[in-house]
Write a protein of this length. Structure first.
Length: 356
């Protein structure tokens, strides 16, 4: 199968927080990503604006890109609606024969004008969040020795997906059979499968996550991507359903050093890490015994020296291994995962003959 040539649309929003979908796609699909589309930043590079993507250009027109075939919506705004001004850009892409990939709650395939134009041009509109999940959880057929690790957080947009991906990849690099289990639109775009749990009818959320276990438990390690936070005033319902649905053996707490307030809600303070860890463990253990095995620190706001100081301080306070998966690598968290596997099952699973 030939690689796609993806242009990522971030018009007026090209920064690592607002365009977190774009940032992760650029980071994890470098062979398919060809350009960012942002008329307000044209002439700059992805590396300058997102910190990843190197010299890949920011363009103001599809004419500046050689043979683009896919337009990917690169933001995940609250409410998940397509900005009004972006519709003309999407129509332009369709008219050029480009497929559309969107993770918005606002399904583009339901827009009569976009759908009609796509049908006329013979292109597809893939709404990543669209689903028909209608199964409840049954807790049957779960493989006992498939170790399930879930990244949880003190807020949204802090790196839970990244921590899950990096731990899974490091396990694979060491020769173990591990799988990143995507539960959000960006993770699904990167992994190619998963379930958009924040767009599942609440009665069926736990069941949808359980289906992810059943579909992937032929692997020895499952790394379930977290969503939101059980302490977030907006998104706690999704976080709780995901937590109970994936019945994790172990949790990795993810936080951003220096963040004081809930994302998108100025004046609402974050819950402390010790209190939140207790809450996650107590809530999860209503269904299945679990414990926190490590902390993934997002230290993007800190210098290297500050990050090391923060790492040591939090590790002392919590009695857990702490690392930034970009600055320090995911090795310390993988060690914690392997220690938990030994503790629960007495031994590690066999390694693959050829490590990734």
């Amino acid at each position: 199968m030939s690689l796609r040539r993806i242009v990522v649309l971030t018009e007026g929003s090209t920064n690592p927080v607002t365009a977190k979908t774009a940032t992760s796609v650029v980071r994890y699909q470098p062979d398919e990503f060809v350009a960012l589309y942002d008329t307000t930043q044209a002439g700059k590079t992805a590396g300058e604006l997102l910190g990843v993507g190197g010299n890949k250009p920011v363009v103001a027109s599809f004419d500046e890109v050689d043979s683009p075939d896919t337009l990917l919506i690169g933001i995940a705004p609250p409410g998940g609606k397509l900005p009004t001004a972006w519709k003309s850009i999407v129509l332009d892409a369709i008219d050029r024969g480009m497929n559309i990939v969107s993770g918005l709650h606002d399904f583009l395939s339901n827009d009569p004008e976009l759908a009609k134009r796509a049908a006329e041009r013979g292109v597809t509109i893939h709404d990543v969040r669209k689903n028909d999940e209608r199964d409840v959880s049954n807790r049957k057929g779960i493989r006992e020795d498939c170790l399930r690790i879930h990244t949880v957080g003190h807020d949204c947009s802090i790196g839970k997906m990244v921590a899950s991906v990096e731990v899974a990849r490091e396990l694979e690099r060491q020769g173990y059979d591990a799988k990143f289990v995507a539960t959000g639109q960006t993770g699904i775009m990167i992994e190619g499968d998963g379930c958009p749990v924040d767009c599942v009818v609440s009665d069926f959320l736990n069941g949808a996550v359980e289906k992810l276990i059943l579909a992937n438990q032929h692997h020895d390690f499952l790394l379930f991507e977290g969503q939101g936070s059980i302490a977030h005033p907006r998104y706690s319902a999704v976080s709780a359903g995901l937590l109970h649905g994936c019945i994790p053996h172990g949790l990795i707490m993810v936080y951003e050093a220096g963040r004081k307030e809930v994302n998108g809600m100025p004046g609402v303070p974050l819950v402390s890490l010790p209190r939140l860890i207790d809450a996650y463990e107590n809530l999860a253990s209503l269904h299945f015994p679990t414990k926190t095995i490590g902390v993934a620190m997002n230290s993007r706001l800190l210098t290297p020296d500050q990050a090391e100081e923060e790492r040591e301080k939090v590790s002392r306070e919590l009695g857990l291994v702490v690392c930034d998966v970009y600055r320090h690598g995911a090795g310390p968290l993988v060690d914690a995962v392997l220690d938990l596997r030994r503790e629960l099952f007495g031994e590690l699973p066999a390694k693959n003959l050829v490590a990734v």
